[in-house]
Design a protein around this ligand. Structure first.
Ligand SMILES: [Ca+2]
Length: 157
């Protein structure tokens, strides 16, 4: 038996709403990684700069205070391309900085290349709170391969 017209209209309206919601989903995807950021673990501050030069100048200022040093970095694209997220801390590599149980806004499942600095090994975890599978890098790894766009937390050793 065919649906009465008002009921049919309701069904069509619901379908249209569903289609609209589905079509809107890609637009609601995570925003792109902010460019050229440094996170200082001890203070949990994340600061981003429009250019790599701006980031480098800020890090030079931090280096002069000697309160923190570079531990490692990830990039949104392979081979050090795209946006950079630099990790710094005052406790060296052996301390599990609780700030890195998650990554700053825009950086979840983004990293495509990574490096440790100053003898630090960087561990990249599939999930937050250092859960799931992981891989690590001592020196620069330009292609994370099957770990591309998966990193959700990091620590160092
Ligand atoms: Ca992940």
């Amino acid at each position: 038996m065919p649906l009465p017209v008002p009921a049919l209209r309701a069904v069509l309206a619901a379908s249209a709403g569903l289609l609209t919601a589905t079509a809107a989903t890609p637009a609601a995807a995570a925003p792109p990684a902010p460019p050229n950021c440094v996170v200082v673990l001890d203070t949990a501050t994340v600061t981003c700069y429009a250019t790599r030069a701006g980031l480098r100048a800020a890090v030079d200022r931090l280096d002069r205070t000697a309160a923190s040093s570079d531990l490692g970095a990830v990039w949104s694209d392979g081979h050090g391309g795209g946006s950079q997220l630099l990790f710094r801390g005052s406790q060296g590599c052996a301390f599990r900085y609780p700030e890195f149980r998650t990554l700053p806004a825009g950086w979840n499942d983004v990293a495509s290349s990574a490096t440790g600095y100053g003898g630090c090994r960087i561990y990249l975890y599939e999930h937050t709170y250092w859960q799931g599978i992981f891989r690590y890098a001592d020196g620069f790894v330009g292609d994370l391969n099957n770990f591309n766009d998966r990193t959700s937390s990091v620590h160092f050793s």
